[in-house]
Design a protein around this ligand. Structure first.
Ligand code: FES
Length: 147
C-alpha cells in the first residue's frame, strides 16, 4: 500500500491557497521545535464573522504542506468559531489518512488555524477563554519526526 494517499499527494503537489494575504484579519504562526517546521496561516473575516479567504505559507515537510492546504479548504466559508473547532483528525480524515509518524504535521495545521483565529480575536478585542488556545505540548504530541 502506498505510504501516502492520493489526496495527500495531490495537495502536496498542487497546494490550494498557498501564499500570503496582505490584508489579513488574523495571522497565526506556529512551529514544531523538533522538526523545525514552521507554518503561517492568514485569514480574512467578513462582518458576519465568516472566513472569506485563507492562505498559508509552510516552511516544512510535504505532509505539512498537504495538511495546511486541506485546512484552508476546510475553513474557507465557515464561521470563525467553527474554524476554531477544526481538529487535526478532521484534516487527516479529509486527506484519507496520514502515516502515524506524520500526524504531528497535521497538528501544526490545526494549531496554525487556531493561532490565526486568536490573532483575529485579539485584533478585534473579542473576549475568549485562553484555555481554548493552549497549544499541544510538543513532547507528548509530536513524537518522532525522523523520516
Ligand atoms: Fe515537521 Fe512534518 S511538520 S516533519
Amino acid at each position: 500500500m502506498a505510504l501516502y494517499s492520493e489526496k495527500v499527494m495531490d495537495h502536496f503537489r498542487n497546494p490550494r491557497n498557498m501564499g500570503k494575504l496582505d490584508d489579513a484579519d488574523g495571522i497565526g504562526e506556529v512551529g514544531n521545535a523538533k522538526c523545525g517546521d514552521i507554518m503561517r496561516m492568514y485569514i480574512k473575516v467578513d462582518d458576519e464573522g465568516v472566513i472569506t479567504d485563507c492562505k498559508f505559507n509552510t516552511f516544512g515537510c510535504g505532509s505539512a504542506i498537504a495538511t495546511s492546504s486541506m485546512a484552508t479548504e476546510l475553513i474557507i466559508g465557515k464561521p470563525i468559531d467553527e474554524a476554531l473547532q477544526l481538529s487535526n483528525q478532521a484534516v487527516v480524515e479529509a486527506l484519507d489518512g496520514l502515516p502515524v509518524h506524520k500526524i504531528h504535521c497535521s497538528v501544526l495545521a490545526e494549531e496554525a488555524v487556531r493561532a490565526a483565529v486568536k490573532d483575529y480575536y485579539d485584533r478585534k478585542g473579542i473576549a475568549y477563554d485562553p484555555a481554548q488556545f493552549q497549544f499541544h505540548n510538543e513532547e507528548e504530541e509530536h513524537g518522532h519526526t525522523e523520516e
